[in-house]
Design a protein around this ligand. Sequence first.
Ligand code: ZN
Length: 255
Amino acid sequence: MTKTETPASNGIVGEQHHDILIGNTTVDYHFPFIDDARFIFSPQKDLILKLAGSENTIPAIQKAMAELGIRNRLSVTRLIPSDDQQWRIIPATGTASRTTSPTSVELLFDPNNQNTVDSLASWGDRQIAHELSHVARMEVTQLHTTLLDALVSEGIGVYYEEFWQGEYAESHWGHILDEQGIVREWDIARPELASLTFDYSDWFYGRQNGHPIYTGYSLGNTIVKAFMDAHPSISIAELSRLPSADIVKEGKFST
Ligand SMILES: [Zn+2]
């Protein structure tokens, strides 16, 4: 393990970079937010550092990697998005995340959003769980090639974050549809499941006259939950790598 510490201009010791070996896997951690003026001048700087810095991030990543059986070298970066990437931030949480490749995860937050501290405190580890389920799945398949793959991949992410460490917590995005809504949206999805050109932003983030916001997360979560209810002994490591079609079929959703 190597660790480079740079004094930040606010007197906090900045943690720029850690290389940590977990089992046979090396994880590179980057915390560039520590030298970002938007963090340095945030009135909630100390709280954010505790929640988003290495103290909380590294143990959550380690737990998720062990549970998911991830063996790839991984780069994890916690950052404040640049102005042109600010649109990624979800206003209701002040956070966002991206799995940019099977070896790279970005955890984003906006220090100026009033919901950021609360969501990092209540959901920060679960956000990591969701994202790392994508890393595990990308070992065997692409996440969003078809609508079917997108629903199942995001459904696995939501399932894992909600059941993180055996303490269930309900996400907003995983339960946006009631039972009728699930039936209705599944009927719309069925003929489009194999589509390579489905509208991801409409299915997952909604738009006027399209699907309700977070439809894809809610539908995907319901599909995966039905599968796991029928197969309770399957581990999250196995679930993350199962073919999408099997999860749908064996969860009793008819295509
Ligand atoms: Zn996701």
